[in-house]
Design a protein around this ligand. Structure first.
Ligand code: ATP
Ligand code: PAF
Ligand code: BAL
Length: 276
């Protein structure tokens, strides 16, 4: 991993982030973005390594990690309020890699409806986005359907929109996403192609715990029984479809329990009709 002198710069303001990234590019650096929602684990750090590895002799890389729990990808029934976070711990982990130049952790990325544009929620609901608040959404219309999209109605719309916002703020040359969230990775690739973002998207391999469970921030919420059930499901899928690791990670959330729906994987598998 290419080393960066000193601690990462912590940037909260989007104009400051854009200016910082433009300075790095003016210095001849490649800017590589790793978008996350924080509560970092080794899966995230593997994305940092992949980003840092993009450096070449002629163009050193400046790795930016964003930490932002994006409200618009959560439906009202989902777990926005309980999403785990530990910014101080995240900053320590990122500093320890020696590979991160900046951490972008904005308090909010949306224009809010309400008094002076500062109140109100950024909702996943259409009507709450009206008025003087945020109302522009990116839809990747076919790929967002099925799999996770069938259980999380606003998820991919929120992801595509916030990732586009991050791309416009950081203006990276490269962005890295984990194949654990396989459908998300494919949605982002399609958005980048369709909307002509000049960004190379890197899909990074899944990092697992010793028992085979894919690392995931929400794993802290799993009980022992829930965890065992997921490991069992993941290994069943892995055994059946060993040549198709992407299918292993395609997950749906039922409350806080993540289960894999084999039927859906078969129906919507990359080679099986949905064209993911
Ligand atoms: N185990 C992993 N292996 C590879 N990439 C990962 C892994 N876990 C997360 N990522 C990637 O890190 C990026 C940020 O993910 P995020 O911050 O949502 O963490 P997460 O662990 O996926 O959280 P959650 O439990 O909410 O799914 C995404 O591109 C995601 O695919
Ligand atoms: C890509 C992302 C950072 C958008 O909020 C999120 O969905 C995630 O962490 O996978
Ligand atoms: N990595 C997926 C983010 C989410 O479930 O909201």
């Amino acid at each position: 991993m290419a080393a960066v002198a000193g601690e990462p710069e912590v940037i909260r303001d989007k104009a400051a982030m854009r200016a910082w990234a433009r300075r790095r590019r003016a210095e001849g650096k490649t800017v590589a973005l790793v978008p996350t929602m924080g509560f970092l684990h080794d899966g995230h750090l593997s994305l940092v390594s992949a980003a840092a590895a993009a450096a070449s002799a002629t163009s050193p890389v400046a790795v930016v990690v964003s930490i932002y729990v994006n409200p618009s990808q959560f439906a009202p029934t989902e777990d926005l309020a309980t999403y785990p976070s530990d910014l101080a711990g995240d900053l320590r982990k990122l500093a320890a890699t020696g590979a991160v130049a900046a951490v972008f952790c904005p308090p909010d990325l949306y224009v809010r409806a309400g008094a002076g544009g500062s109140g109100g929620a950024v909702s996943c609901l259409e009507e709450a986005g009206c008025g003087d608040g945020h109302e522009t959404w990116i839809r990747v219309e076919r790929l967002e359907k099925g799999l996770c999209g069938s259980r999380r109605p606003v998820f991919f719309r929120g992801v595509a929109t916030v990732v586009a916002k991050l791309f416009n703020i950081v203006e990276p040359d490269i962005a890295v996403f984990g194949k654990k969230d396989y459908q998300q990775w494919r949605v982002i690739c399609r958005m980048v192609r369709d909307l002509d973002f000049a960004i190379d998207i890197i899909g990074s391999e899944i990092v697992r715990e010793a028992d085979g469970l894919a690392m995931s921030s929400r794993n802290v919420h799993l009980s022992h029984e829930e965890r065992e059930k997921i490991v069992e499901q993941e290994s069943l899928v892995a055994l059946e479809r060993i040549d198709r690791p992407a299918a292993i990670c395609v997950a749906a959330w039922f409350g806080k329990v993540r289960l894999i729906d084999n039927m859906e994987i078969q129906t919507h598998h990359p080679d099986g009709g949905a064209g993911i």
